[in-house]
Design a protein around this ligand. Structure first.
Ligand code: PLP
Length: 417
């Protein structure tokens, strides 16, 4: 027997000894749900799903009807590991929208279906880093990124997300990206944009230009650069479908050595949370980078989850390829954004009324509220409000709070923040 296995007397492997879920959004959310069943007056602002004013999940009629019409093959059989043609080309059309032609001319693009956006992120983090390295994140981030990194034997390094004027901190991004890339001869950065979870921030086009300038500068030193662009909430941007996609124009200036992986989430866009469907959209101007992307990406799909939900893929494929369904779905998305928009407007009116400081919001499911109270979670629970707390921040899931609860919720947050 190897010496190392003799030394480890734990039931779990050496690499898993330190695994512990410290901040589990889903667990807190379950607790909030259970508490609300006992006391309906409680406000549950933890859930990263869109709910109607009635409290029921916002599901899309176009999606439900398409699901009901699937034949047995479309519903039950294995999905092809690299996706149906409808799904693959549909994802590219959807993600890039009006910029699709320019983008597809400039880049080689490949779509790999994954188990939600999470599967896309986890496969990318695993394949494009050396064990022991660090990935770069802003200091406010969706906490599962950290677990995904740990699972891949990686650490995280952060840069300050906001400058003094509460804009994206371009200087800090530049400084930290250059430093990390110089130290470990690789840069893997995750940006969740637009409609950042947990802050609600969206980078401007100029921010993106600056980000790409930094990435280019690093790539030109012959350092591998991977941008993981997580756009889970792109379809809930207050700027609308086209407005949210203007940022892709800045992609055109990307150095050819860079690999960009867009993590697309069927959970958020189609309200198909439980289906576990999403995609990695890999893109680079370099064909050899893309050969590597496809080789390791296809391998990891097979090795980690084999293939994804066939019914999820079939429904998305059918909406993407049928112009009438696509138009009907777009109209429903508009309705979803209106629901969010009304809540957000009321939240900010109340924030002004009660002088609550918030982070800048431009769309998505969450509003960020800064706090210096170390016991904020417990204090809010005592007053009947459940939120997700992160260092220095409360994340309010406005996606799940009805209009009738917003004034009271803002008052309670103001009292405790
Ligand atoms: N990225 C962010 C920022 C998210 O908030 C989520 C879900 O909450 C995801 C990605 C992944 O979602 P899913 O795996 O359900 O597609």
């Amino acid at each position: 027997m190897e010496e190392s296995s003799l030394e480890n007397r734990s039931i779990v492997g050496q690499h898993a000894l330190t695994k512990r879920m410290l901040s589990n959004i889903l667990k807190v959310s379950q607790e909030a749900k259970a508490a609300k069943r006992l006391n309906p007056q409680l406000i549950d602002a933890t859930v990263g799903m869109l709910n109607r004013e009635s409290g029921q999940l916002f599901s899309y009629r176009t999606v439900s009807e398409s699901l009901n019409r699937l034949n047995d093959n479309e519903m039950f059989s294995y999905s092809p590991a690299n996706g149906t043609a409808e799904f693959r080309s549909g994802v590219i059309d959807w993600v890039f929208g009006k910029n699709k032609e320019q983008i597809t001319k400039a880049f080689t693009i490949s779509v790999i279906p994954t188990t939600g956006g999470s599967g896309a992120i986890s496969n990318a983090v695993y394949n494009f880093n050396d064990f022991g390295q660090k990935i770069l994140l802003p200091n406010h981030y969706w906490t599962p990124y950290e677990n995904i990194a740990e699972e891949a034997n990686l650490g995280v390094e952060t840069f300050l997300m906001f400058d003094e004027e509460m804009h994206f901190n371009r200087q800090e991004f530049r400084r930290q990206a250059l430093a990390l890339a110089g130290r470990q001869h690789r840069l893997f950065v995750i940006l969740n944009d637009p409609c950042n979870n947990p802050t609600g921030l969206s980078l401007s086009k100029d921010d993106w230009k600056d980000v790409i300038d930094v990435l280019n500068q690093i790539a030109r030193q012959d350092i591998p650069v991977i941008l993981l662009h997580d756009l889970a909430y792109i379809d809930y941007h207050s700027a609308g479908f086209d407005g949210a996609r203007g940022i892709f124009e800045t992609y055109l200036d990307m150095d050819e050595r860079i690999l960009t992986i867009i993590a697309f989430s069927g959970s958020k866009t189609f309200s198909l949370y439980g289906f576990r469907i999403g995609a990695q959209v890999g893109m680079s101007k370099s064909k050899s980078v893309m050969e590597d992307f496809c080789r390791v990406g296809d391998y990891s799909v097979r090795a980690r989850f084999s293939s994804v939900s066939r019914s999820g893929m079939s429904v998305i494929g059918s909406i993407f390829t049928n112009p009438d369904k696509k138009a009907a779905f777009q109209a429903e998305l508009l309705e979803a954004r209106e629901i969010l928009g009304k809540r957000v407007q009321l939240f900010f009116e109340c924030a002004t009324k009660y002088q609550l400081t918030t982070l800048p919001y431009s769309g998505g499911f969450f509003i960020g509220v800064p706090t210096e109270n170390p016991n904020i979670f417990e204090d809010l629970v005592k007053d009947g409000v459940y939120v997700i707390t992160m260092p220095g921040l409360i994340r309010v899931a406005i996606s799940s709070v009805p209009l009738t609860d917003i004034d009271r919720m803002v008052q309670i947050i103001k009292k405790n923040a």
